[in-house]
Design a protein. Structure first.
Length: 122
């Protein structure tokens, strides 16, 4: 039996975390979730997930800082999500170094799932 991949979902909106948790668990992933950047970094260090999906506007630690810290320490794929930032705008700010993919809210869950699978299997 193949081991399940673990995904860390980071968003300050509880309904987004729940939506992603339910959706990803239905597709056979283990899901950890965090409501802010500090909690995300703590969970990532303790559990070493296989991939991180993070909002960019987070309390306590900005999503960009979370992505940088995860990439610097753990070398994990990171998918950024945002209802504020647009793809071109965020890529100009942080480049492609810290973001493996980006989705604007409202999320296209099937496209997000395809990206998750590609990043984990690629």
């Amino acid at each position: 039996m193949e081991a399940k991949n673990t995904i860390l979902v980071v968003d300050d909106e509880a309904e987004i975390r729940l939506l992603l948790r339910d959706f990803l668990e239905k597709h056979d992933f283990i899901v950890l979730d965090a409501a802010d950047g500090q909690q995300a970094l703590k969970l990532a260090g303790e559990h070493q997930p296989d991939l991180v999906i993070t909002d960019l506007l987070l309390p306590k630690e900005h999503g960009v800082d979370v992505m940088q810290a995860i990439k610097d320490r753990l070398f994990l794929p990171v998918i950024a999500i945002s209802g504020i930032y647009k793809k071109d705008e965020i890529r100009k700010q942080v480049g492609d170094v810290f973001i493996d993919d980006f989705f604007e809210k409202p999320l296209d869950l099937e496209a997000l799932l395809a990206s998750v699978r590609a990043l984990l299997n690629g």
